[in-house]
Design a protein around this ligand. Sequence first.
Ligand code: ZN
Length: 237
Amino acid sequence: MSENNDAALVLFSGGQDSTTCLAWALERWGRVETIGFGYGQRHLVEMEQRSVIRNRFQSFEPWSDRLGEDHLVDLASLGAISATSLTSDMAFALSESGMPNTFVPGRNIIFMTYAAAIAYRRGIKHIVTGVCETDFSGYPDCRDDTMKALQVALNLGMERRFVIHTPLMWIDKAATWKLARDIAGDWLVDLIRTDTHTCYLGDRSEQHDWGFGCGTCPACDLRRTGYDRFRADEIVN
Ligand code: ZN
């Protein structure tokens, strides 16, 4: 089976970035499937939010017949072999090398490889991921060069012509909120505020104007400051 040029597979975690990417993909392709990974993350609640968000997208009329299958991949072994604050009960900190200890080595490389294997089986040409090197935590596997190298490696290794799309690569968090509003207006901004999950600690006990979360972990911090700038820019313009 060759690849379908009108189909995409989105790496969908249930967070703000991947939800925006899923909406972005639904605007572009006639069939969009999703893939999610369990790897022992502390914020497992994001996996529950995935189906909430998918259901809401499916009942959004313009996208209802576009959103296809969801693929869940169990990568518990990845959590087991990496000692990070994302997968174990450890305080968030910078390591000696300056890398945040939330970094799970090889995570995006493994995710993309599994995504490509499923895209291969499903005959899908386009793979979409929300990685970003603009204002994120300095994860080396989120970089544009890493993704371009992976595209070459996967195409050589699987004898395919996959295209990896990274719509958030060069925009910051404020612009990610704005992108969501440009795609589907306040409906999507509100859905992201209410139903997506970003907090590393999995805290959904309190809803702030930027969404649910502990408000202090690095992920909440980034999301909150981005939201504040998005709203401030609106007032200026
Ligand atoms: Zn948090």
